[in-house]
Structure formats: structure tokens, C-alpha cells
Design a protein around this ligand. Structure first.
Ligand SMILES: Cc1cc2nc3c(=O)[nH]c(=O)nc-3n(C[C@H](O)[C@H](O)[C@H](O)COP(=O)(O)OP(=O)(O)OC[C@H]3O[C@@H](n4cnc5c(N)ncnc54)[C@H](O)[C@@H]3O)c2cc1C
Length: 495
């Protein structure tokens, strides 16, 4: 997956492509893999980096959504649980089973949550994932030794799957390329192309080369996440919006706040949602919030109010109350929600496929259902483009990154300088995973920015220097990368 090779393939391609996908998040990459697997000639363009939008800022769970049980949305939970099983089967190396403890403080609560989670088990129809079970107060405290014991009656354990969202996205991209798709980052769509009234491609700017490319295709799939309406407006400024947006923030705390492998589900927050405290790569992730926002943005920030909200909820359950000084990183993402009335927390994370003058827009949904969304979108794309399918490849089984990737992240988090092996890994990330900036390496090829923003800022120069060698860049590039990354890292620690 070399960027120059991808660009050359785009220039040399016989047109039209079958499918042009706009957007390199979970949805777009899922679509590209689905379409190329069905034998369609596929190209995907991403305006910044793969998963740089919402898809790197999730809670990192393949889950059925236990909270939807409360509203009785069994069909949707069952659908997501099926998608969860699908992800486990096709990306075994990238997902892992995690036990969640729901602390209960009365016999009634124990009955209520154990019944709900039994329904969750039944809906999963899954013989692999461990079933939920009631645990005593003692066992709850053994599993989560830092759980506050006062008033604790016991708990209910259930299971979902954790994954690294941006890594999963990169592996989708790699699998699509391995099957013959072309994927290009730093390549925003600036206008659509038409044949008569029909959308028949797009004008793409190559931000690295500074030129424009016309990409003609039988069908365009708009998977631009929170920017899906912006793409639709390129066709017609007066289209009715499909989406609205809600910001969700997470904080990363030292692991000592929740040692062990068991995550905690906070079953009811002040604003009547659920929250999670999840062990993740040597930290504890606490999330999320739900704040309506009017406009999409590339780099939403967690506010101090959101950070305090998460700290307060964590403090109610943990023996040692975390403070602002304990936050190692705070990140936020925007949920692309259907533009329907009602509180965003109550809006179902369902997806929607719309056709506008031949362009297929796929939006909403969640990471868990990325493949279901891709199937629906590519079914529609095949119909709209009149594309015959030639199932070219068996189902993709996603592999994980080499061990050198985890070692690089661990060394950076440990404050160590780059080893020769680390420098080689940075070169690999540039040559094989299309990393172009320090942010690409520290935010998404490794997760240092999300785990420890200060550490990420301190690592920036070493990474910039190693990248400069691989990319043939000079000291001016290194300095400008340093400046922009350090400013970004500060916004992940607004304390
Ligand atoms: C706080 C939070 C927690 C979440 N937790 C979970 C979870 O635990 N489990 C789960 O299943 N789901 C979760 N979700 C939902 C999930 O993350 C999203 O549904 C999913 O990532 C959306 O993917 P997407 O590809 O549609 O959007 P995005 O990831 O935003 O991708 C769209 C891409 O399109 C690109 N783009 C935009 N305009 C253009 C253009 N003009 N040209 C080219 N490219 C363009 C963008 O740069 C972006 O990369 C969470 C969401 C949030 C916000």
C-alpha cells in the first residue's frame, strides 16, 4: 500500500471505474472491500488520513448496544450482535473478548440487569461468546479491585468485543488493496462529475502533488461520514440534510485506576445514558459524552465540562477519584446521526442508504455494523451502476500488524528513544501503510496521542526525523510537522 503506487495506478487506470468511494472511514473502507471482493473495479479517496474522522475516536467496541435493550429495540440489538459475531469471525486477530461488570447496589438492580443481559445473550444466538452471569460482591471486587465497595451488592458480567478502531480501518484498506482496489489518502473530492443529470465521478485534489484528478466511475458511493451532506450539497445546495451531529468524548487514565482485565459499565449516567470504563492498551478509557453540535468539524475537542463529567462519573465507582491531573489524553468524535427529532442519546444508530441522481449515500450506523452498511451500499451501487458482479475473491480475513508496531508504541509510551527496529517500523508505516505525517503515525498507525498526549508531543521530533528519511523531506518539513503536531497534542490535553 504505497501512496505513489496508488497514485500511479489511479493515473494509469482505464476509465470508468465501477465504483468510486468517497471517504476512508469504517463505512467507506468497508464499502471498498465489499465492492472489490465482488469483482467491481474500485477506487477510494480520503480527504485526510484513513480513519482520521469519527472512525478513530470511538469507544472501540464491537457490541450489540446493551443500552438499546432498555428501549426494547431488540431487532437492532440482534442485528448488531450478528455483526459482532461476523467481525469476530473475519478479523479474529483484531478483536478480543472483554468482560464487562455492571455493578449493582440492590437485589432489584441485580434482577433487572441480569434479566436484560440474559435477553442480550439470547439475541446473540452465539455459542462462542461467554454468557452473562451474576457475580457476588466478593467476586465483583476480585475482578475489579478498585471498585468502590460501599453499598455494593454484587454485579452482573457480560461480554462484548474490543478492537483498535484505526488499526481495523487500516487493515480493511490493506485487504481492499490486496484484492486490487486503489485507495488514496490526502485526496479530497472537491466537485462531482456528471453524465447528463447523473453523478458519474468526481474531481479529486491530490493534496501532496497539488494537482487535480478527474475520476470517472459508473457509480459514486458517498461514505463521507459527518460530511455526507456536504458531498450531497455538491450536487444540489438545497438537499434536505440526512444527518445531525453529536460529540462524544473519552478520557484516558492511568491503568492503576482500574487494574485487571474487566471493564465497568456505568448503567445510568446523570443524563440517563450508559458510560464505560475500559482497560485499553495500558490505560483506562472512560467515555462517553453526548453533546449536540451544529456543524461537522475535522478535529472536535473534548471540553473541560465533558472531561469533568467523565471524571465525576468515574469517581462514583472507583476507590480513588481521578482528577483533571490524571487525564493522559482526552479525545472527541462526532456521531453521524439520522436527522430526526429527539434527544441524540435516544436516536437509534441505524444506517440509511439514499440515492441522489445515481449517487449512493450511506450514512449513520456504527462501527459494529460497518459490513452490513457496506453490503447495503454496494447492493445499491451495483443496481445504480448496472454493474455485473463477478465474485472475484473469497471473504476477506483481516490480519493484524506486525509485532514491531506494538513495540514502537510501547517504546514511545515508555519515554524511550527510537531503537533501530522502531525506525524500521516507521519506514514501514510510510511505505506500506501510507503514513504521511507525524499525526498519522502517532494518532492512528500507533495510538500514542490517544493514550498519552504529552508523551506523543515528546515523541514528535524523533518520529518526524525518521519519517523525513523515508519520505525524502528536509528540516523545514520536520519543523513544520513538529509545530502542527505539538499544537494538536495540546488540544488533547486542555487542562
Ligand atoms: C464517541 C463515539 C463513540 C463511538 N463508539 C462506538 C463503538 O464503541 N462501537 C461502534 O460500533 N460504533 C461506535 N461509534 C460510531 C462509529 O465510530 C461511527 O459510526 C463510524 O466510525 C462512522 O464511520 P464513517 O466511515 O461513516 O465516518 P468517518 O469515520 O467520519 O469517515 C468519513 C471519512 O470521509 C472523509 N471525507 C469527508 N469529506 C470528504 C471529501 N470531500 N473527500 C474525501 N473524503 C472525505 C473524512 O475525512 C472521513 O475520514 C462511536 C462514535 C462516537 C462519536
Amino acid at each position: 500500500m504505497h501512496r505513489e503506487t496508488m497514485r500511479a495506478a489511479l493515473d494509469a487506470a482505464r476509465e470508468p471505474w465501477d465504483v468510486l468511494v468517497i471517504g476512508g472511514g469504517a463505512t467507506g473502507l468497508g464499502c471498498a472491500l465489499e465492492s472489490v471482493t465482488r469483482g467491481m473495479r474500485t477506487v477510494l479517496v480520503e480527504q485526510r488520513d484513513f480513519a482520521s474522522g469519527t472512525s478513530s475516536r470511538s469507544t472501540k467496541l464491537f457490541h450489540g448496544g446493551v443500552r438499546y435493550l432498555r428501549g426494547g429495540h431488540f431487532h437492532m440489538v440482534a442485528q448488531s450482535l450478528k455483526a459482532r459475531a461476523d467481525a469476530r469471525a473475519t478479523a479474529h486477530a483484531l478483536v478480543h473478548d472483554t468482560a464487562f461488570l455492571v455493578p449493582v447496589h440492590s437485589a432489584w438492580e441485580r434482577f433487572y440487569y441480569s434479566t436484560g443481559l440474559r435477553i442480550y445473550d439470547l439475541l446473540a444466538r452465539d455459542h462462542v461468546t461467554p454468557r452473562s452471569r451474576v457475580v457476588s460482591r466478593n467476586e465483583a471486587l476480585q475482578l475489579a479491585p478498585t471498585l468502590r465497595p460501599d453499598g455494593l451488592h454484587g454485579g452482573v458480567i457480560y461480554h462484548d468485543y474490543q478492537f483498535d478502531d484505526s488499526r481495523f480501518a487500516l487493515e480493511l484498506a490493506r485487504a481492499a488493496v490486496a484484492r486490487g482496489a486503489v485507495v488514496l489518502n490526502n485526496a479530497p473530492v472537491t466537485a462531482l462529475l456528471y453524465e447528463g443529470e447523473r453523478v458519474a465521478g468526481a474531481i479529486v485534489r491530490d493534496s501532496e502533488h497539488g494537482d487535480e484528478i478527474q475520476v470517472r466511475s459508473r457509480v459514486v458511493v458517498n461514505a463521507a461520514g459527518v460530511y455526507a451532506d456536504s458531498i450531497r450539497r455538491l450536487r444540489s445546495a438545497s438537499v434536505t440534510p440526512l444527518l445531525r451531529f453529536s460529540r462524544g468524548a473519552h478520557i484516558a487514565l492511568e491503568r492503576s485506576f482500574l487494574p485487571g482485565d474487566t471493564a465497568i459499565l456505568v448503567p445510568r449516567t446523570d443524563d440517563d445514558r450508559v458510560a464505560f470504563m475500559i482497560p485499553w492498551r495500558g490505560r483506562v478509557l472512560v467515555g462517553t459524552t453526548d453533546v449536540a453540535v451544529d456543524e461537522p468539524s475535522h478535529e472536535p475537542h473534548a471540553t473541560l465540562e465533558e472531561i469533568d463529567y467523565l471524571l465525576e462519573h468515574a469517581a462514583r465507582y472507583l476507590t480513588r477519584a481521578p482528577s483533571r491531573a490524571d487525564v493522559r489524553s482526552a479525545f472527541a468524535g462526532l456521531r453521524p446521526l439520522p436527522a430526526v427529532e429527539g434527544r441524540s442519546a435516544n436516536v437509534l444508530r441505524d444506517h440509511r442508504v439514499e440515492i441522489l441522481d445515481g449517487m449512493v449515500t450511506i450514512c449513520g450506523g456504527k462501527w459494529t455494523t460497518y459490513r452490513l452498511m457496506a453490503k447495503d451500499a454496494i447492493d445499491a451501487a451495483g443496481r445504480e451502476g448496472g454493474i455485473a458482479e463477478h465474485p472475484a475473491h473469497p471473504e476477506a480475513i483481516l490480519a493484524g500488524p506486525p509485532e514491531s508496531n506494538r513495540r514502537l508504541e510501547a517504546n514511545l509510551l515508555g519515554g524511550n528513544s527510537l531503537t533501530p527496529g522502531d525506525a524500521r517500523e516507521v519506514t514501514r508505516l510510510v511505505r506500506e501503510e501510507m503514513a504521511r505525517t507525524v499525526e498519522d503515525v502517532l494518532a492512528r498507525r500507533t495510538r500514542v496521542l490517544f493514550l498519552d498526549a504529552k508523551c506523543a508531543a515528546q515523541s514528535a521530533r524523533a518520529i518526524a526525523e525518521a519519517m523525513a528519511l523515508a519520505l525524502g523531506r528536509d528540516s523545514t518539513w520536520i519543523d513544520s510537522q513538529m509545530r502542527s503536531f505539538v499544537a494538536l497534542a495540546k488540544s488533547y490535553l486542555p487542562l
